[in-house]
Structure formats: structure tokens, C-alpha cells
Design a binder for this molecule. Sequence first.
Ligand code: ASP
Length: 438
Amino acid sequence: MAKVVKFGGSSLADANQFRKVAEIIRSDRERRYVVPSAPGKRFSEDTKVTDMLYRCYEAVGKGKNATAEFLPIAERFNGIIGDLGLTINLDHEYDIIAENFRKRAGKDYAASRGEYLNGIILANYLGFQFVDAAKCIYFTASGEFDADLTDACLASVLEGYAEAVIPGFYGAKPDGTIQTFSRGGSDFTGSVVAKAINADLYENWTDVSGFLAADPHIVDNPEIIEYITYKELRELSYMGAGVLHQDAIFPVRTAKIPINIRNTNVPDAKGTMIVPEAPENADNKIITGIAGKKHFSVISIEKDEMNSEVGFLRRILTVLDNEGMGFEHIPTGIDTMSLVVSTEELEAHPDAVKYINQVCRPNHIEVINDLALVAIVGRGMKEKKGTATRIFAALSHANINIKMIDQGSSELNIIVGIHEKDFEKAVQVIYDMFMLSE
Ligand code: ASP
């Protein structure tokens, strides 16, 4: 039996956090493969080591002295080493890094050193083997994550060690150049390691006691979700709910390995289980969570007899394709079609509406801005009558006008488009309608 345990930056921000992490790992012998982030913030105004590294690399690029610029970063690591009473000395590593900064080894190389150094320290503290991610996590020459090569390589390397620390966030291209995943990418590394060793569980330790049913900046003290399926999580994180990197479920999903979100500071809390299917007795809530985002626009298109005009949608999609422009939803009426896009995307393609007009010749086309989307997600809404009614009732009582409605055929979510000014209120009233009454 083996568990992969990933610890986020706040869980490893200083020696005290390291002690908690070691206690968690030592309390369960199945916690054998550990994926650390770089040290995060110790207090709210603090700077994450990853950000310090980006800045340091930039400063060296502008002619500053690499060794001097790297000193505050070295001091953070030395502080942890000293406070833990370890005897390792990383001066040689710091010299190599400063030298590589001088040689302009790349921004990704720079950022990855936080995880690399933290991994060495954690492995030393735990007495585990350190396995450099550059030797077993791979990208292709063009920079795509190479899942097959990584899987095979990680599996064979880790087979040789009963316990190991594999730093998160980075890997290497075939020529050895270091490349990172996007920010927060250690979550992805954890998932990749869990898949490679076919772990029984991937524990993701952070500083919250699980996935919340709504944004705590909007809803006071929202419930912690006990079970969430991969699909529900995907919908919620796509719509802005944080905690886990949005790609982190993909590697473990194919292998059906559950992810358990846990809190390093409250280790006894059960956290949230992310599972392929929720167990029968999980909970019978209709809604699992609510998430949403602002800054969307709608390109609203009207044309007489649009519904019988073959190829109408294809022509619109061809314009988007040619422009390289993504879209979010396309709710349609009989002779109307709404193209929901992020406002940012629309601004990046200012001629898109003109081209759509040219190829579709509609009676009317207009752009409506300031739209917010709210996604109400829950496996419990499938074949349950009245869910939409309750959402609309909640919004109507709050005097919120609904501009768009979209429900996927999987009946896993209902998305409503409203004016941005109503966003927070909408999330609150929908939360109250479902969470407080069940
Ligand atoms: N340290 C990296 C970041 O700050 C990666 C991670 O923490 O997952 O984004």
C-alpha cells in the first residue's frame, strides 16, 4: 500500500511547518512518496520563494550580482536547515544556481529551484531518498508534458526506493532544459507520481480543511464538501474555485485514484475526498458546490429562419477557429444564438464580430458586456425535478435578472448568466436556497 503526499508552500513555509509535515508523514507508514512545493508565505505580507526566484533571475538579467541577489533566498533555506538542527550544507548548490542564473539558464530553471532545494532539505529531514524531478518528469522538445515517458520513468525509478521525495512543479526536456508546469503545478506533479506508482490514495495537504461549497469571500463560513467527483470538481475549478491546480485531476482520473484534500494545520480533519464516483451513502445533497466568474461578454446574433439555415453554426465556429479565439457556451434559440466569450478573449480579437457579421449576415448582432457566470454543480441534480425552479426562484426573490441559462446534457451543472453587479448576491442566495435548507 502506498500513498503519495503533496505538501503546498504554506505547509513548508518554515521549520515549524516542516515539523508538522514530518509528523503527518511518520504517523502513517503508507505515506511513502512525498512531493513538496517551495516554501510559501509565513505571514500574509511575506513573499513566496518561487516569487523571490523569479525576481532574482530578472534582477541578474539586468546586470545585478547573482550571488548577492540570491542571498535572501539562501537565507530562507538556511533558516529552515538551522531551525531543524540539520547538518546539511547547501552552499555548493547555491553557487551552482547563482552561476546558472548568470549563464541565463531560463526563467523556469530559476523558479524550479525552490522545489528542488526544499526537496533536498525535506528528504534529509525525513531520511527519505531525494529524486530529482529533472531525471524522471519529462516534457517534449516542444514543451508539452510527456505523460508516457514520465509514467514509465517514474515507475522504474521509484520502484527502487521504498520512500522518496520528488520535488513538485518541474521536469526536463530531452536536452535537459528545465521546464515548469503553470503556477501551482506541484499539485500536478503529485498526481503524476500517484499515477506512476499506482498509489492507493493521493493526499494533497494544504492550509484549508477541504474544498468549500462556495467562495468564502462571498459566503460566510461555507460548508466543506465531503465527497466530490472528478467531473464535479472539474466544473467547479474551471469556473474559478481554487485549492487544487485545475489539471491535477487528469493523471489520477484514468487510474481512478482518489485525491484527499487535507489541512496540515488541522491534520485530524477529514478534508474533501475527490473520487471517481461518490459512495452510495455519501450525502444526498442536490448541489455540491457553487462557483462563478465575472468578465464575460455575449455576442448576441438574431437571424430570421436561422434554425433552418444549414451550416450557420459552422460558419461562426470557422471565424473563431481562424481567429484562434475560444468560447465558453453557445445557448441557442430558434432564430437566435448567443456566443458567450470571456471579455478578455473578445478584446484580444477585436475583428471577430465584424467577421461573424460578414459570414452570417444576421438581422441583428450586438455585444453585451459585464456578464457574470454562476455554475451550480451537483451530481445530485440528475433526474431530480425542481432544481432549476429553485435556482430561478432564489434569483427572482433577490430581484436578479437572468440573462442566460445553460444546462449540460449530463445534468451535472446549471450555468446562469447575470449582470456582474449581481454576482455576489446571486452566489449567496443560491447557496442559502440549497445549503441552508437541506
Ligand atoms: N511553487 C510553485 C508556485 O508557487 C508551484 C507550487 O507551489 O505548486 O506556483
